[in-house]
Design a protein around this ligand. Structure first.
Ligand SMILES: *Cc1c(COP(=O)(O)O)cnc(C)c1O
Length: 430
């Protein structure tokens, strides 16, 4: 089980005159209050221990079965996060060449990288071939032809697997469903045999695997197992025509607990996959993102002011949708609580940022005992948090901090105004 590195401990030397503090939140052995004092707010904070534990859960569950766990870089691409995983021997799933450069800079091994995504460009394919990545997860016939062309131009064979679209409903938010036939991802599974046979004829392609990724935040194993059954049927059809697959990549997508979800544990999920696989000699690959980092991170924000209207109470905080867009984009729920708990009466608030959009909220209708100046933690912010942040409203992006036992390290500095306008120029005076 994933342990929650957040804990409440008695507040040391509480001397607030107006209220009596009870306890305060720690991430590992660091008080979040101290992080806010040192690095300011808003701010992302990650736990090294939780990242490691979540990654090791995959490795432990796969145990003696041949495997490669490729962390999905897009979930959180901070170099320190990638480095923590690289030190454990992780592979990486990338969706752009920028992510490859990050992996390499963080000490990751190119031979454990898989490249997914529907729009791989020629220069990206070239760079990946030069770096010697493990495999391209090919998403269309045109892309297959492009990879063959680039590989032949460079005279470097490309390892490929086809990302098949098994047409299963992941029962998740429509924006993060990827394995339905109307989605842009992958090749329809009933056309895959034909495409594999064409790939087998191409001079610079080496078929190594079959891949699928059906969506994100899945809280039930049945869509995964349905997809697996369809993919295994394809593997058998391929074997019958003499195309032998080395690995099966089941993508990412395992859900986490944000609120009251009850996702399977990594161990439960993997054991069901291994059971369905039987004694087939396929290497198992996974591309987990969210299940590694979501609950390893929090977002810290401070209440700027309380605004009461006849209809609603608003807690206006210094963090906003440009920093953390999941609530606005996916109507995602993330837990919000005060860092220091108080014995004052609670009220119901919409927790909103200063951005000029009605969609700018971090949480709605939350019961909170808070006042202006209080520090809030937004839980489960380690995945699709900072990486989706923007400078909308000319807001500098927040810093990222990694906690390791009782140490806290700044792993990305807060942006400055100079960062915001870097690269911009005025028109010349004519
Ligand atoms: C986003 C993505 C992942 C990671 O998904 P999670 O839900 O974060 O585990 C894995 N593989 C591919 C191809 C993706 O697009």
């Amino acid at each position: 089980m994933t342990y929650d590195a957040l804990s409440r401990r008695p507040t040391s030397g509480s001397s607030a005159a107006t209220h009596e503090s009870e306890d305060e939140l720690y991430l590992e052995d660091v008080a979040l209050q101290d992080i806010a004092t040192r690095f300011g707010t808003p701010c992302y904070v990650y736990s090294r221990a939780v990242i490691e534990q979540n990654f090791l859960a995959y490795r432990d569950a796969l145990a003696d079965h041949p495997h490669l766990v490729c962390y999905a870089v897009k979930a959180n691409s901070n170099l320190a996060v990638l480095n923590v995983l690289a030190r454990l021997g992780a592979g990486f799933d990338i969706v752009s060449v920028g992510e490859l450069e990050r992996v390499l800079l963080a000490g990751g091994d190119a031979s454990r990288v898989v490249f997914s995504g529907v729009g791989k460009q020629r220069y990206e394919i070239e760079r990946c071939l030069q770096a010697g990545i493990h495999c391209f997860n090919v998403e269309s016939d045109t892309e297959l032809a492009l990879i063959q062309q680039v590989a032949s131009d460079l005279d470097r064979p490309a390892n490929i697997s086809l990302r098949v679209n098994p047409d299963v409903d992941a029962n998740t938010h429509p924006y993060i469903s990827t394995g339905l036939k109307e989605n842009k991802f992958g090749v329809p599974i009933d056309t895959a045999l034909d495409l594999y046979q064409r790939a087998a004829q191409m001079s610079h392609l080496r078929i190594v695997g079959v891949d699928c990724h059906i969506g994100s935040q899945l809280t039930d194993t049945s869509p995964f197992l349905d997809a697996l059954a369809r993919v295994l049927a394809l593997v058998d059809e391929l074997a019958a025509v003499g195309i032998n697959i080395e690995h099966l990549d089941l993508g990412g997508g395992l859900g986490v607990i944000y609120d009251k979800e009850t996702p399977p544990t990594v161990a439960q999920y993997i054991s069901q996959v291994r059971e369905q696989l039987g004694d087939r000699k396929l290497t198992l690959m996974f591309e987990p993102g969210r299940s590694i980092v979501a609950n390893a991170g929090v977002f810290l924000t401070r209440v700027e002011l309380i605004k009461e209207t006849p209809d609603k109470n608003f807690a206006i905080v210094d963090g906003a949708m440009n920093d953390l867009i999941r609530p606005a984009l996916y109507q995602a729920y993330q837990g919000i609580e005060p860092v220091i708990s108080k014995n004052t009466p609670a009220a119901t608030y919409d927790v909103v940022g200063p951005v000029c959009e009605t969609g700018d909220f971090l949480g709605k209708d939350r019961e909170l005992a808070i006042a202006a100046g209080d520090l809030l933690v937004v839980r489960s912010s380690g995945a699709y948090g900072f990486v989706m942040s923007s400078n909308y409203n000319s807001r500098p992006r927040p810093p990222e901090v990694m906690v390791d036992s009782s140490d806290a390290w700044l792993v990305r500095a807060r942006e400055s105004f100079a960062d915001l306008v870097r690269g911009e120029t005025l028109l010349p005076q004519l």
